[in-house]
Design a protein around this ligand. Structure first.
Ligand code: ATR
Length: 294
């Protein structure tokens, strides 16, 4: 049976074991999927151990997405542009890195929610790692404009410079948005983790505008509440993106694309993980820094 895992620090909160177990059941694939906690200092060594064990593939979550990229034999173009890796595929001699986050976002927005990016005025809030990963996938869909707005004014300027070959980015600050209107506002800041959101001028959402927060759960609430006050035609959290990036990773590993709708629906029920497969702990003893360790 092929082994897979999500690695992070911490990782116990991860929904990936639930999602991938559901995908495996649905597609009849025989595999195991664990959550493995790896401290940053142990990352290089543990990845080598996991290759030797052997694991067939890994998902990568915070804080390892950037560091793992440097440990890969090769990274995909989209992972290079994102500056981060969220999926590792085993090769004979190491790991190949990819990033399915941006594709997961675009799929959730366009296919699941039916919101096209082409021709729209898009505002991306934030200029950190999460925002960076969306820039190439958004530009590929040919928006009328992609504005990137951030608290620190220098970061959007840097992103505009770095991505200029792929398309124009309009660097903005939050307060300078006053008077402009956007069809799609995406919150890629981490402000929601502190139960807040960027300070924005009023009336920046166009008639029929859509708001999307990359976070989910309580972290998405401040922005989704703001979206409602602005009369958004639709506000969405990032749970759909989470499931879609997982589906894209599953397809990379197994060559079969799972249906995401039932898994997303299960995650949205009050007891999404009630089946008891939320976090399958690794057998022990294994790596000294895994969850479930005595
Ligand atoms: P991530 O990997 O989640 O993107 P990050 O790279 O640390 O995390 O980036 C966090 C982003 O959220 C940044 O754009 C940050 O703005 P600054 O560059 O100005 O720091 C933004 N952010 C975090 N807390 C915020 C807040 N309270 N208000 C507005 N923006 C915030």
């Amino acid at each position: 049976m092929d082994r897979y895992a999500v690695i992070g620090y911490p990782v116990a909160h991860s929904k990936s074991p639930f999602i991938h177990a559901a995908f495996a059941r649905q597609t009849g694939q025989k595999l195991s999927y664990e959550a493995v906690e790896i401290a940053p200092a142990a990352l290089t060594e543990t990845l080598q151990q996991m290759h030797a064990e052997p694991y067939a593939g890994l998902n990568v979550t915070l804080p390892h997405k950037v560091a793992v990229a440097a440990l890969c034999e090769a990274v995909s173009e989209r992972a290079r542009l994102a500056g981060a890796v969220n999926t590792l595929v085993r090769t004979a001699t190491g790991w190949s890195g990819d990033n399915t986050d941006g594709a997961g976002f675009v799929h959730d927005l366009q296919v699941n929610l039916g919101v096209a990016i082409a021709g729209k005025r898009v505002l991306l809030l934030g200029a950190g790692g999460a925002a960076r990963g969306l820039i190439a996938p958004i530009l590929a869909e040919r928006p009328a404009e992609l504005a990137v707005s951030n608290r620190n004014p220098w970061k959007p300027e840097e992103l505009a410079e770095q991505f200029k070959a792929l398309g124009p980015i309009v660097p903005r600050t939050h307060l300078s948005l006053k008077g402009d209107r956007y069809d799609l506002v995406i919150n890629a800041t981490s402000a929601g983790h502190a139960n807040t959101m960027p300070r924005l001028p009023g009336q920046i959402l166009a008639e029929g505008g859509v708001c999307y927060d990359l976070s989910y759960g309580a972290s998405a609430e401040p922005f989704c509440a703001w979206a409602r006050t602005q009369g958004a035609a639709l506000q969405a959290d990032g749970l759909g993106m989470l499931v879609e990036q997982a589906a894209a990773a599953f397809e990379l590993w197994r060559g079969v694309r799972p249906h995401t709708a039932p898994v997303l629906a299960a995650l949205r029920t009050p007891e999404p993980c009630g089946s008891g497969i939320t976090h399958r702990l690794p057998p022990k003893p294994v790596h000294p820094n895994r969850i479930g360790q005595d």
